[in-house]
Design a protein around this ligand. Structure first.
Ligand SMILES: Cc1ncc(COP(=O)(O)O)c(C=O)c1O
Length: 307
């Protein structure tokens, strides 16, 4: 995201408009350029409530939440009136397309796709731009050192899981949360105090992440994700949770199944996740500045993650 903002001309003192329903880590890309974040709210369908042209920004970020195409029309309208540039945040939408069969992440001048979220790899994201090669930096060198043992294990587990029908990943996740709860008093990792200001680690991807990306059978992966979505539909509704996207449009490759759930439904969803050998995750921490004013439904979002 930092590179996309930089290529879009974001400089110190500029404003970048982000939805307030966003993971707080993304703010570090804005902060590292010395720019300011301005928030707009989204509704329960995760579409912008209002993009006010009186609030100007150098860049406006449109998010394809969970791989479902965001309608870019209101964003185009906002840009027409303000001169802002759209960055399409397709962190969740690897392989997904919109109703016109356009690949998500390629529909604006700049797009990012965080394929590390969809594949079991340690790192890796794609920046898409309509700029010419001579206007952008060279591809970053890959890190040619072994990836973490945890990551290697995660990549091997799907075939064990489908052979044994045992949800190793979900069990492992429950165990590590229980251990963390005993050790630290919190089942989830403590928020990083620097998450909104500093991007951790190197931007370079591991060689293995790129190799996994290149070896992927994309058609098969899209089919797997779409089938899972259909299989889970009735099970999820039976928990009392509400699907955020009731329809699965033809070209959508879902990151997972996002739902609104209260505590009771959440417990039932955890069981559905184990039975279907997927994991259940909460939305990452919201930005500090938006937590106190965020609509209640932001905090009820859960994801059955198809990774
Ligand atoms: C909508 C959205 N955009 C961007 C990011 C950041 O992606 P990455 O962690 O791959 O930099 C996230 C992280 O969760 C996200 O949810």
């Amino acid at each position: 995201m930092k590179s996309a903002l930089r290529y879009a001309g974001v400089k110190s003192g500029d404003s970048v408009m982000l939805p307030s329903f966003i993971c707080r880590d993304l703010l570090s890309a804005v902060a590292e350029l010395g720019a300011k974040t301005v928030f707009y709210e989204v509704d329960t369908a995760l579409k912008p409530m209002q993009l006010d042209p009186k609030i100007s920004a150098k860049v406006i970020v449109a998010v394809n939440y969970f791989g479902f195409a965001q309608n870019l029309e209101p964003y185009n309208e906002y840009c027409k009136q303000t001169g802002a540039i759209i960055v399409e945040d397709n962190a969740h939408g690897f392989l997904s397309r919109d109703e016109n069969n356009n690949l998500l992440g390629t529909r604006a001048k700049f797009g990012i796709t965080s394929f590390r979220k969809s594949l079991r790899v340690q790192d890796g994201a794609i920046l898409t731009t309509s700029l010419n090669d001579h206007e952008i930096d060279e591809q970053l060198d890959c890190i040619d050192s072994p990836v973490s043992k945890r990551n290697n294990l995660l990549r091997l587990l799907p075939s064990f899981e489908s052979r044994t029908k045992i949800p190793f990943v979900a069990i492992g996740q429950s165990m590590s949360r229980a251990i963390r709860l005993v050790r630290t008093g919190s089942a989830l990792p403590k928020p990083d105090p620097n998450a909104e200001t500093t991007i951790p680690g190197l931007a370079n991807p591991h060689l293995q992440s790129v190799a996994v990306l290149e070896a992927l059978d994309e058609a098969q992966e899209i089919l797997r994700r779409r089938n899972l979505y259909q299989v889970l539909r009735s099970q999820v509704v039976a928990t009392g949770a509400t699907m955020i996207f009731a329809d699965l449009p033809d070209n959508t490759c879902p990151y997972g199944m996002p739902v609104y759930a209260n505590e009771e439904s959440r417990r039932k969803l955890a069981k559905v996740a184990r039975q279907n050998r997927v994991t259940l995750m909460s939305w990452p921490d919201l930005p500090n500045n938006t937590i106190s004013t965020a609509p209640g439904f932001y905090k009820q979002v859960w994801l059955l993650n198809f990774q």
